[in-house]
Structures are given as structure tokens and as C-alpha cells.
Design a protein around this ligand. Structure first.
Ligand code: ZN
Length: 223
């Protein structure tokens, strides 16, 4: 991190499996900003058994997008006064629809977003990444059918059971990708029209992609 400056307010867009969760966490670390991932919030709430969380999980397991009003409620809570608004944030998994994008503008008021990044990865690559993904039930470490744990789907880190998530089957992934195209592509146009959008190539090693992301963010916030 270089000289003192306001941490950025970013939205990271991309298909599920584009690697945006990992990259968003790294960017948050790098810039000292909060990482707000709606997917993780939903899973955490489902695991603790709240009615709201279980409802969100039901949509996710079916490969459906979580309805706007549920998503907005969570994000509004996250961005409430005293939250990360003043310190910058990386939004990951939100907004996904035009109503969500325009509601976010309303929440942010006059100091809006600095940049919206579309992390671009072809459909066939994300399909292989997600449908082949296996996750430790206990510590959430992520494996792939091509790089499994050493011993019989037992986690190398914690000994937990490594299995496919309910919402990672090929059928569920295909449905989500189609929904993504239908619902999220219009918000790419929305942000392009406002001069906020930049597209970053998400294919390659994680470090390589991270460097591309830092470059576009630095170019924007130093401009
Ligand atoms: Zn584990």
C-alpha cells in the first residue's frame, strides 16, 4: 500500500466461478477495505438457522437468484452508519439486478462508487471450475476433482469431509449462468453508461489476475 488515501468503493462483477470471491478478499486486504460478500452472508445465516437465511439458501440450492428484497435488506444492514461506508468496501455478489444497482446508488448518496470491475471469464471455464469443485464441510477449504485431498476426500487441513455443495451441481450451475446473463448483463450497461465500468480479463493465475485488478483500481483512484 502506498501513501495515505481513501480506500476505494468497488463493485466486483463476474459469473460465479470467475474467482471474484478470492480476488475481492485480496483487494480488500490490499486496500484496507471491507469485503462484503452476499453469498457468504447468506450461507452463514443459513448455517445458524435463521428463517431469513434458510429462505436465501432455498433459492441458492435450487440455482435461483435470491430475490431483491432479501439481498437489499442484508446489504443495507452492512452499509448502515458505523459500518464500512467511510473505510471503503469491495462488494462481491451484489448488485445483480438493475433494481439492486439503483437501490445501491440511493444507499450511497452523493459519494458513490469509484469503480465497477467486470471480471471476465468464459462460460466453459467457470462451468468446469464450479461443477468440479469440492468443499470441506468443516473448514470450507476448496478442492477440485482434478486436485483432491491426499486421502479419500478427507480434508488435508482439518480431516473434515470434502464434498460437493448442494448448489454446485452442473445442472444448478447451468441455471445460474443463464440467470446471470439475463439479469446481470443489463447492469454492466448501466455502469458503462455512467463511466464506472472496466473489464478485466479473469483468465490466468490468481496472482496475474490480481495484478491486473490492482492496476485498474490504482489508475482510477489516483486519477
Ligand atoms: Zn477442512
Amino acid at each position: 500500500m502506498s501513501e495515505c488515501r481513501q480506500p476505494p468503493r468497488l463493485v466486483l462483477l463476474g459469473k460465479q466461478g470467475a474467482g471474484k470471491g478470492t480476488q475481492a478478499a485480496r483487494l480488500a486486504d490490499h486496500y484496507g477495505a471491507a469485503h462484503l460478500s452476499t453469498g457468504e452472508l447468506f450461507r452463514a445465516q443459513a448455517a445458524s438457522g435463521t428463517a431469513f437465511g434458510l429462505e436465501a439458501k432455498r433459492y441458492m440450492d435450487a440455482g435461483d437468484l435470491v430475490p431483491d428484497e432479501i439481498v437489499l435488506g442484508v446489504v443495507e444492514e452492512c452499509l448502515a452508519p458505523g459500518g464500512p461506508l467511510g473505510d471503503g468496501f469491495i462488494l462481491d455478489g451484489f448488485p445483480r439486478t438493475l433494481p439492486q444497482a439503483s437501490a445501491l446508488d440511493g444507499l450511497l448518496g452523493s459519494h458513490g462508487l469509484d469503480l465497477v470491475i467486470d471480471l471476465e471469464v468464459p462460460r466453459e471455464i467457470v462451468l468446469d471450475r464450479i461443477a468440479g469443485r469440492r468443499v470441506c464441510e468443516n473448514c470450507q477449504r476448496v478442492y477440485h476433482v482434478n486436485s483432491p485431498p491426499t486421502v479419500n476426500w478427507t480434508c488435508d487441513t482439518c480431516g473434515g469431509e470434502v464434498k460437493q455443495r448442494d448448489d454446485d451441481t452442473e445442472e444448478a450451475v447451468e441455471r445460474r449462468l443463464t440467470l446471470y446473463d439475463q439479469e446481470t448483463v443489463p447492469i454492466i450497461e448501466y455502469y458503462r453508461e455512467r463511466g464506472l465500468l472496466t473489464v478485466v480479463d479473469g483468465v490466468g493465475e490468481g496472482d496475474e489476475v490480481f495484478e491486473r485488478l490492482v492496476k485498474v483500481v490504482d489508475d482510477r483512484i489516483h486519477a
